[in-house]
Design a protein around this ligand. Structure first.
Ligand SMILES: Nc1ncnc2c1ncn2[C@@H]1O[C@H](COP(=O)(O)OP(=O)(O)O)[C@@H](O)[C@H]1O
Ligand SMILES: [Mg+2]
Length: 327
């Protein structure tokens, strides 16, 4: 396994109390594999990613338990200086908002070239040529000219391509893309997602694709981890999950995907809101919103049951996974 997160716990000390943002997350991704991490806003997806990248705000954040094995080394045990070497060169992150991640007063070419001068010790001239090459690679038209432009001169979709180019510059082994297309309109979303998937295959990178939208992952992900209130509630190969979810929360997410053939119909939305993480409900955190909840769900935290039925591993943290899967 390229990356393996084991039983990760992260909390935030806030005026409201301790927010338990990540409560025992375990997931992994191999080289050449795409893991999609799904869940509504506030489920701990980004905090998990920031902890992997080593960019968590400490304080108020604090890792209280767990391991993050990258090629077998626990990143949580590295010194900041070693950690910095891993970041960028070995793993890189793509954020939702390219405009705030890029420097507004530097040309995109200068920002791309800097990756090569700083990390690879290239001359400015060679680094500039590399910047143009990268922009070509992410299919930005007229790269030779546009390399001298500033971030605000690009459309949202083109800016996101530049972010992808920056992330890929040093050919990292792992890319974490946190809602990379959420700010884009639907057609551009698909183009950017296709590009990302294509580069990931070509370079045989591991990709963690974070999204709240199950609709965008079907074609690109190999497997899915669904998060709720800082825990993984379901994990499965992508096709299995679309065929039949083994957790009522996943089912709710699936039923919330807008479908072209049902235009005008009201979308099923999961009732209620995700819990305040300083006051996570006892038992299954999803029980107050769950249409299948029974007494046991209000008292007993469900473990991630092994619900494997074919050969690919599958898990569900629902006491009633059988009913969900077959009902
Ligand atoms: N900088 C922060 N300070 C305090 N609490 C935070 C901070 N970042 C995240 N949190 C807490 O962690 C929760 C999960 O956040 P996040 O991982 O960003 O969710 P998402 O699944 O939407 O990416 C938030 O709802 C919040 O309670
Ligand atoms: Mg997020």
């Amino acid at each position: 396994m390229l990356l393996e997160v084991r039983d990760l716990h992260v909390e935030f000390h806030t005026r409201d109390g301790v927010a338990k943002a990540v409560n025992g997350v375990s997931y992994g991704v191999d080289a050449g594999e795409t893991l999609a991490v799904l869940g509504e806003s506030g489920s701990g997806k980004s905090v998990t990613a920031q902890t992997i990248m080593g960019i968590l705000d400490i304080p108020p954040g604090r890792v209280t338990a767990g391991e993050i094995l990258f090629e077998g080394r626990d990143l949580l045990k590295l010194k900041e200086e070693e950690r910095r070497k891993v970041r960028g060169a070995e793993m890189a992150m793509i954020f939702q908002d390219a405009l705030s991640s890029l420097n507004p007063v530097l040309t995109v070419g200068a920002q791309l070239a800097e990756m090569f001068t700083v990390h690879r010790g290239m001359s400015r001239k060679d680094a500039h040529a590399k910047a143009v090459e990268l922009m070509d690679r992410v299919r930005i038209p007229a790269a030779k000219e546009r390399v001298r432009q500033y971030p605000h001169q690009f459309s949202g979709g083109m800016r996101q391509r530049i972010m992808i180019a920056m992330a890929m510059a040093l050919e990292p082994k792992l890319i974490i893309a946190d809602e990379p297309t959420t700010a884009l309109d639907v057609t551009v979303q698909a183009q950017v997602m296709d590009l990302l998937a294509e580069l990931q295959r070509e370079l045989h990178m591991g990709l963690i694709l974070i999204t709240h939208d199950l609709g965008v992952v079907a074609d690109v992900a190999d497997k899915i981890a669904v998060m709720y209130a800082g825990r993984i509630v379901e994990t499965a190969p992508v096709h299995d999950i679309y065929k039949a979810p083994a957790h009522p929360y996943t089912r709710g997410l699936l039923e919330s995907i807008p479908r072209l053939d049902q235009k005008g119909q009201e979308l099923y939305a999961i009732k209620g809101l995700p819990p305040n993480l300083t006051r996570i409900p006892p038992g299954c955190a999803f029980h107050p919103r769950c249409p299948m909840a029974q007494d046991v769900c209000r008292t007993d935290v469900p473990p991630l049951y092994d619900v494997t039925e074919s050969d690919a591993e599958r898990g569900s943290a629902c006491h009633f996974w059988r009913e969900c899967l077959h009902g």
